[in-house]
Design a protein around this ligand. Structure first.
Ligand code: CP3
Length: 355
């Protein structure tokens, strides 16, 4: 395998020395970029874009042409797995994701099986291969998946933006059914991420977007437990290189020590956490990724630069920081503010890595 020209991101995840703090942005390919909207219009809709490896490669590369980010992330969605399970994913214009056939009846839940990623999610595996080719070893490629619990939220509720009443009712009334869904999802996610790694993903991230909606005890039993299973089942070394695993529970700031115990390499932090305090809590066990409030990117370049400086100062000197937003970039972000962020991280972080 030829060497990566820029492996700063992978080294930071493994807590190795770097010259500057690497940066990428959650949802860095997306609607805030006019070129994304053009490609999406050519595809017809978002899902057709995800399912077309040529176009998925094109939009993955778009933010890299604009900003010197230190990683690319596969352009896809976490809901490809439930779609491959037969639930019928669709995106109504102007609304979030929805399923035609959400899980309602016990027999539907019992019939659920983990899809074979090569057979049923071949378009994702193909996109990973094509993106690696397009990247030409410039920066590493991140693969990703949703967490079993976050996927279950959409599979049971049938859409996002709910108060999770249906999934939580099942959690307390029929935990056996929810565990069946979660165990199936954990198998599916493990196979899916391993297929992405096999195809060339050089790091993987698990998005537990809704784990933070759970109680302290339920988080451990219904989300963390299954992410731990996944971390143990992942291919952690591929073609002679380590494949770091990043775990991100939005709203999980209270549970960082428990998340660290999964055996992952890094934790993603949302913006509600002070990254310096988080570092003191997890010690040298994991790297940290985050955690600028994405709303700051709605302001202006000078303010972005000041706020970037605060996050870098809070983390402090030394290794193990990957700069990112605390959640996905807003579609209303002016691209020049994203450019200011990347530049500020690269410039302002150097003093923290000297000596
Ligand atoms: O980071 C990247 O650039 C990679 C692409 C990516 C997308 N979705 C593209 C996308 C990633 C990593 C995701 C993950 C994802 N998808 C999550 C977990 C991360 C998070 O945000 O918490 C979740 C919960 C989903 C499910 C999903 N997909 C929702 C709730 C929505 C609608 C949200 C919105 O902004 O409208 C999507 C659609 C989606 N996924 C878009 C993009 C670029 C916008 C779709 C469009 O072009 O219309």
């Amino acid at each position: 395998m030829p060497k990566l020209k820029n492996d700063t991101f992978l080294r930071a995840l493994l807590r190795e020395p770097v010259d500057y703090t690497p940066v990428w942005l959650m949802r860095q390919a997306g609607r805030y970029l006019p070129e994304y909207n053009q490609t999406r219009a050519r595809a017809g809709d978002f899902l057709s874009l995800c399912k077309n490896p040529d176009l998925a490669t094109e939009v993955t590369m778009q933010p890299l042409a604009r900003f010197p980010v230190d990683a690319a992330i596969l352009f896809s969605d976490i809901l490809t797995i439930p779609d491959a399970m037969g639930l019928g994913l669709y995106f109504a214009e102007g609304e979030g994701p929805k399923f035609e056939r959400p899980l309602r009846e016990e027999w539907e839940i019992r019939a659920l099986t983990a899809p074979d990623p090569v057979e049923h999610l071949g378009y994702v595996v193909d996109a990973v291969r094509q993106i690696r080719h397009a990247l030409d070893n410039s920066v590493p490629l991140i693969g990703f998946s949703g967490s079993p619990f976050t996927l279950a939220c959409y599979m049971i509720e049938g859409q996002g933006g709910t108060d999770f009443a249906t999934v939580k009712k099942m959690l307390y009334q029929r935990p056996d059914l929810l565990h069946h869904i979660l165990a199936t999802n954990a198998r599916a996610v493990t196979d899916y991420l391993n297929a992405q790694i096999e195809a060339g993903a050089q790091a993987v991230m698990i998005f537990d977007t809704w784990g933070g909606a759970l109680s302290h005890a339920a988080y451990r039993e219904f989300s963390l437990r299954y992410m731990t299973e996944i971390v143990s089942g992942l291919t952690r070394e591929h073609e002679g290189a380590k494949v770091p695993v990043i775990l991100f529970t939005k709203g999980g700031g209270n549970w960082l020590e428990a998340m660290t115990a999964t055996g992952c390499d890094a934790l993603g932090l949302d913006w509600t956490v002070d990254i310096g305090s988080a570092r003191a809590r997890v010690g040298d066990k994991v790297a940290l990724q985050g955690n600028l409030d994405p709303a700051i990117l709605l302001s202006e370049p000078d303010i972005v630069r000041t706020e970037v400086g605060k996050v870098l100062a809070s983390y402090g000197r030394g290794n193990g920081h990957v700069f990112n937003l605390g959640h996905g970039i807003s579609q209303f972000t002016p691209p020049e503010n994203a450019a200011a962020l990347v530049q500020a991280v690269h410039e302002l972080s150097r003093p923290y890595h000297i000596g």
